[in-house]
Design a protein around this ligand. Structure first.
Ligand code: SF4
Ligand code: SF4
Ligand code: FES
Length: 476
């Protein structure tokens, strides 16, 4: 293993590593724009400079480690070069941080403050370029802010492989542009370029001007959009920045979804469907329990469901493949003896949706099929004609296939016509209102945390299942 000396400290590093990798892995921060751990090295931003003993100042992202080499990450010559480079990058970069969505998360802002901190030396006015160039229905590009690091271009070539983006023209005329007749709509992973753009050049239309970064905080979660179960961060307003006098839902909305890096599952990426999770969670909720479409208290509905279970002969349960590990186990221990159980997909691929690919997206559009099948088996659903009660947990069941006359107990979270059709309907909490775990198709278990309060009348499935198995008269 090569040993190198960074700022005089001996550091053991792996073979075939660069000085930048060795430094970052050992707690020596070296600023960088164009280098990204998942992309090829291009070495074009020139801010990652370090001073190598006997060889002067050069970029660290493309400097291989050699046993015994000595580098300084913050010497006078290094600081002078970094400052000059930042002056150069800022020659034409507008100082519109006041309205820029990236303010507070922009590395150019941070490096300017740390290494430069002076107004532009140039007397010439800044060059202007296109401000809002549409790259897709989801993304716009502000060319004035672009520092031509080429991360977005390399992402579409090397990771998503849509090959949509390139850089055209040269010098200070250079522009990021999509290939002719293409847009980033062709790329189901396009929104990752917004995260990896080090400045506010690539902007999400759905998040544009919604909130300053420092008003928000992330809650760790898991995307329920397919069996990959990518780990994500759900961004919502901090309690101290809640706004009075607005629609209260404004304060509890998921304003953006970003990847939570997880080398075992999704690396640093997610697909666009995962980004849209916040919008998907804004579907109208079912918040009131019902008996044959008539509103009742949740306690009354639980009592009625318990009665139906007790009084029915042959009983079938369709178990949700979107239930958490904890909920599935709760169902298994409380109710499996009462039912013949089948695992049901809550969601199937929709028209126009990418069914499966080689990067992340899986054909199974449910987050927890593996855990559900390990408890309840994977036999295809068979509901015999003598079935007297069908308990449906979650979405996606075909009520038309149930035997005529069979009673139906439905447990769900969203407003749907079936809720009123069921003999008993009980509203359940959703993922953002509780904590739990999913097991993805590889067997990796990931945790999600709550970030919203449950509406009144709505119950957690984990709490409900033991109550359904309790003797008559037990209280919810
Ligand atoms: S748009 Fe952003 S990621 Fe793409 S080259 Fe410009 S600065 Fe880099
Ligand atoms: S790949 Fe699947 S789990 Fe990951 S973000 Fe996309 S839909 Fe969600
Ligand atoms: S990070 Fe090394 S040149 Fe850009």
């Amino acid at each position: 293993m090569p040993v190198i000396f960074i700022n005089g400290e001996a550091v053991e590093t792996g073979e075939h590593r660069t000085v930048l990798q060795a430094a970052l892995a050992n707690g020596f921060y070296v600023p960088h724009f164009c280098w990204h751990p998942e992309l090829s090295i291009v070495g074009n931003c020139r801010v990652c400079v370090v001073e190598q003993e006997g060889r002067g100042v050069n970029i660290a992202c493309n400097m291989p480690v050699v046993d015994g080499m000595r580098v300084q990450t913050d010497s006078e010559p290094v600081r002078a070069q970094r400052k000059a480079m930042l002056q150069f990058i800022l020659l034409n970069h507008p100082v519109d941080c006041g309205i820029c969505d990236k303010a507070g998360e922009c590395t150019l802002q941070d490096y300017h403050y740390a290494y430069n901190g002076e107004p532009a030396l140039s007397q010439d006015p800044k060059l202007h370029s296109t401000k809002f160039y549409p790259l897709s229905d989801r993304i716009i590009l502000d060319n004035e802010r672009c520092i031509l690091c080429s991360r977005c271009v390399r992402f579409t070539r090397e990771v998503s492989q849509s090959n949509v983006l390139g850089i055209e023209y040269r010098g200070d005329s250079a522009l990021v542009r999509p290939a002719e007749d293409r847009t980033l709509d062709d790329d189901p992973y396009s929104d990752n370029v917004i995260d990896i753009c080090p400045v506010g050049a690539l902007l999400s239309r759905s998040f544009l001007y919604q909130a300053r970064a420092w008003y928000l905080e992330p809650t760790p979660s898991v995307c329920p959009g397919c069996a990959r179960g990518c780990t994500v961060q759900l961004w919502h307003r901090k309690p101290e920045w809640r706004v009075k006098g607005l629609d209260p839902r404004h304060n509890t909305r998921i304003l953006r979804v970003t990847p939570l890096e997880n080398p075992r599952v999704n690396g640093p990426w997610i697909c666009n469907k995962g980004r849209d999770l916040g919008g998907a969670l804004e579907r109208p909720r079912a918040e009131v329990a019902m008996l044959k479409g008539e509103p009742v208290t949740t306690t009354r509905a639980i009592e009625a469901a318990r009665e139906l279970i007790r009084a029915s002969g042959r009983r079938v349960a369709l178990v949700s493949s979107g239930g958490s590990n904890e909920e599935l186990r709760a169902f298994h221990s409380a109710l499996v003896a009462n039912f013949t159980t089948f695992v049901k997909p809550d969601h199937l691929p929709q028209d126009g949706e990418v069914v499966e690919d080689d990067l992340l997206i899986r054909a199974d559009k449910n987050p927890n099929t593996r855990a559900a099948r390990s408890l309840f088996g994977d036999s295809p659903t068979e509901i015999s004609a003598d079935t007297e009660l069908v308990l449906v947990w979650g979405e996606g069941a075909d009520f038309g296939a149930f035997p005529r006359g069979a009673k139906i107990v439905l447990l769900g979270s969203w407003l749907a016509p079936e809720n009123g059709y069921a003999d008993v309907f009980i509203p359940l909490s959703i993922q953002t209102e509780r904590r739990g775990h999913y097991t993805n198709f590889q067997g990796v278990v990931s945790a999600f945390e709550p970030c919203c309060w449950r509406p009144d009348g709505v119950i957690d499935a984990e709490t409900l299942f033991p109550l359904l198995a309790a003797p008559p008269g037990s209280t919810a």
